[in-house]
Every structure is written in structure tokens, then in C-alpha cells.
Design a binder for this molecule. Structure first.
Ligand code: FES
Ligand SMILES: [Fe+2]
Length: 433
């Protein structure tokens, strides 16, 4: 990849081509547990290279504003959240949830007109099952939020978590749509205590038995279907895993097929929301059509695949302690020598440096999905520069999909069954018809 294209793919700040693409889509930015109640402390956060604050005003309305007061740029995160607005603690200027300056007590009466000219950047925000989402694009183009199943489900059917990653969004995301690495990076050996390579585990049998799957990629309304087909010499069946990529930064992991022939579920997925060019929030969601079991919820806990996180969602296992790499573990228990699936993912993508130098890579067949991801993202950036809006942004219902794992006979065609298998629960609008 040329250096210029790598910069185009990875730079997301205000005014950059890819930054503009990201600003056409709703993004999850805070867990709802991070946001405080009406008239309580505002919460600072950084997304796409912009410093913002979120708060709930006296009436419970959600406000997301530029973090820096437009007077002399003090942080509004320390603001007095009172009487339907956030008041800067430096000289008392006050802003409502729409960014209007509603009080300017430090100025004389003769100069009160000044406040009508002040408008602080504000972004529309919504709460959707466990997360606060914002839209940072042109207000006249605000689309409906995407109809992901996990974001529509009530709280008993979903759980969300986030983890800080000190690297660019694109390389982290490329790990999530790379179906080839499961045969290596995440492989446990039979000696492992929690080995999942028992005789009934279809996934383990195929993932270990066939480490060079055949890849194909379909372009869709929402992004890409990345299909990994695994066949074994001594078995007639074929194992397909269909990873979904949804623009600009969402993914759904094919479920692990422990037994049987088919699993289709909105169970797990990831989102990589850029904090800035060199830092990312990796969101995880877990959901099901039934209320989640304790075990499913445990996946998001300290014992689960997300690893041990501190109060600010930074991982205990990180580059500073070499992700607690252990040679004994690598020899005896798993391929990587690192404990925990998400720690394994983090170790490889963060080890590339904050922004991977894609001019030095050598992509193979197994990287087909990754190559398509880059082409798709760069095309959206080119199109938008030429005035063509990303179509997916206005097709919120097209995001109502699932990832799929399925066993088929050699003679069966995946494409005959995939549309049905990959469809999510009917939307309210469909149910009403
Ligand atoms: S800096 Fe905020 S009121 Fe002066
Ligand atoms: Fe992984």
C-alpha cells in the first residue's frame, strides 16, 4: 500500500477524508454507566480527535458539547451542571444541550448581545441499549441510527464493554475481520485446562484441521461478508464462517459451532471507535434473542475474554508487561503464550506500532477480506470528497444482520441459504406490515 493511501485510511481528525466518512455514521461513545444523572458531573471524552463532554441537564436531556468553553477554552467537564445547562467554572458562561450560550454573567449589560453570537459545537446523542451514541456529521444529513439487533435489544438480552487500545482503529479492526488467525493466535492445545478442542467441538476440529481456508468476500449494502470455507479430507461436510463487516468500524464474529450444523446469532461483535489517529476504543457487545445467561454475561467480566480492565477500561495485560507472555504457556497450553483472547488480539495489533506501516506488508490470499475492507473505506472517502454521500449511512435497516457459522454438504451452495441465515429479527416497521 502506498504511504499516502495508508495516511488516508488511518487519519480521522476533523477535515480529513476518512474523518469525514466516520462523521457520516452514528458511533457508540460512552457506556451508559459512564454518564451521570441530571445536574451531576459532566463526563469528558475524546472521539475522532475532538475533545467533548457529555451531560444530562436538569430535565434529563442528553447534551454532547465541545469540551472547551468558547470564552478562553477552559474545560467544561468541570462545569456547574445546573438549571438546564452547563456553566463554565472560570467566568460563568452557561450553555444548554444544543450549545446555545444562555448566560454571560461576566459581561456588562451593554454587551449582552455578544452571547447570541456564541454557539458551541453540539452533537445529537441517543441512548441505545447500554451505550450513548453520537452523530458528528452535518446536521441536515443526520440519519436514523443503525438498526443493529444488539443495539435494539432490551438490557437483559445484551451486554456491552469497552477496552482502550493504543493503536489506530484500522489495524485493530483488521484483526477482527481476519478469519485466518483463529487457527493460530487463539489456538489452545489439548493440555490447556479450558481447552475447547474436545471431540464434539466442530469449530476446533475444522479450525485446527484446516488452517488455510478458502476465502471469498461479498460486498453488501452495509459493508462486507467475509466467508471462510474450511474442508477436511476425511469428511464430506464443509464448514463456513461468515464474518460481517459493517461500515465504518463494526464487526460481528461468527459464533463457535460446538455441535450441530448451524448457528446464527447476534451473539458477539466488536466496534473500533477512533479516539484519534493513534488510540481506539474497542467496544464489545454480547447479545442473544433470549435473556443472557450468567455465563454469557461472564464473557464481559474480568474472567471473560476481555481480560482484566481497570476503572478507566485500560487492560492490566499490556505492552508494558509484554501482555504477560509466558514461554511455558506457549510451549504447553496455547499457540501464543498469552492468556485471554482479547489480550492475544491486542498483543499482535498493538505490536505493529501506533499506526502500522502498510508499505512494508506482504498480503496473501488469507488477507482477501482485509484488502477489500481497505478498498471499500478508501472508495467511500474518495466518493465523499467528490460529493457522493456513503449510501449505507442512510440505510439504517440494512444493518439488521447476523454473522453465521454453518456446516453444509459439498453439493450445497452457501449463497442459497445465507440471506435467510444472516437476517436479524424483524424490525418494528416490518412487524407492522
Ligand atoms: S473560559 Fe469559560 S467562561 Fe471564561
Ligand atoms: Fe482474534
Amino acid at each position: 500500500m502506498k504511504k499516502e493511501l495508508n495516511e488516508r485510511l488511518t487519519q480521522v481528525g476533523p477535515g480529513t477524508p476518512m474523518g469525514e466518512v466516520f462523521r457520516r455514521f452514528w458511533l457508540p461513545v460512552l457506556l451508559d454507566s459512564e454518564l451521570n444523572g441530571p445536574d451531576e458531573e459532566a463526563v469528558p471524552f475524546r472521539i475522532l480527535g475532538e475533545d467533548l463532554v457529555a451531560f444530562r441537564d436538569t430535565e434529563g436531556r442528553l447534551g454532547v458539547l465541545d469540551a472547551n468553553c468558547p470564552h478562553r477554552l477552559a474545560s467544561l467537564s468541570y462545569g456547574r451542571n445546573e438549571e438546564c445547562g452547563l456553566r463554565c467554572i472560570y467566568h460563568g458562561w452557561k450553555f444548554d444541550v444544543d450549545g446555545n450560550c444562555v448566560d454571560m454573567p461576566s459581561e456588562p449589560n451593554a454587551n449582552q448581545k455578544m452571547k447570541d453570537k456564541i454557539k458551541l459545537t453540539s452533537y445529537p446523542a441517543v441512548e441505545r441499549s447500554g451505550a450513548i451514541w453520537i452523530y458528528m456529521g452535518p446536521k441536515n444529513k443526520t440519519p436514523a441510527p443503525p438498526e443493529y439487533e444488539w443495539a435494539r435489544f432490551p438490557k437483559d438480552r445484551m451486554a456491552a464493554i469497552k477496552r482502550f487500545q493504543p493503536c489506530n482503529y484500522a489495524q485493530a479492526l483488521e484483526g477482527g475481520i481476519d478469519s485466518a488467525h483463529i487457527s493460530f493466535l487463539h489456538r489452545d492445545f489439548p493440555a490447556a485446562k479450558k481447552s475447547n478442542s474436545g471431540p464434539d467441538n466442530v469449530h476446533a476440529k475444522f479450525a485446527v484441521g484446516c488452517r488455510n481456508p478458502e476465502f471469498s468476500v461479498n460486498e453488501t449494502d452495509y459493508g462486507l461478508q467475509i466467508i471462510a470455507k474450511r474442508a477436511l479430507d476425511d469428511i464430506d461436510d464443509v464448514y463456513y464462517r461468515v464474518t460481517q463487516f459493517m461500515v465504518p468500524c463494526f464487526q460481528m464474529i461468527p459464533p463457535i459451532l460446538v455441535e450441530g450444523r448451524l448457528k446464527t446469532s447476534p451473539v458477539t461483535g466488536n466496534v473500533w471507535v477512533p479516539i484519534d489517529d493513534e488510540n481506539t476504543w474497542n467496544w464489545g457487545f454480547s447479545s442473544d434473542v433470549e435473556p443472557l445467561t450468567e455465563r454469557q454475561r461472564g464473557v464481559m467480566g474480568p474472567e471473560g475474554i476481555w481480560g482484566d480492565l481497570d476503572d478507566t477500561y485500560h487492560a492490566h495485560q499490556n505492552a508494558a508487561n509484554r501482555y504477560e507472555f509466558d514461554l511455558e504457556r506457549q510451549r504447553k497450553y496455547n499457540f501464543s503464550g498469552i492468556a485471554g483472547v482479547r489480550n492475544q488480539d491486542a498483543a499482535v495489533v498493538e505490536s505493529m506500532g501506533p499506526i502500522v506501516d502498510r508499505t512494508k506488508e506482504h498480503l496473501g490470499h488469507s488477507d482477501s477480506g482485509i484488502a477489500m475492507f481497505r478498498r471499500l473505506m478508501l472508495k467511500m472517502a474518495d466518493d465523499l470528497e467528490n460529493g457522493k454521500e456513503p449510501e449505507a449511512a442512510s440505510q439504517s435497516e440494512s444493518f439488521n444482520i447476523r454473522s453465521v457459522s454453518v456446516i453444509l454438504g459439498q453439493a450445497e451452495d452457501l449463497h442459497d441459504v445465507l440471506p435467510d441465515l444472516a437476517a436479524g429479527e424483524p424490525l418494528k416497521s416490518e412487524a407492522a406490515e
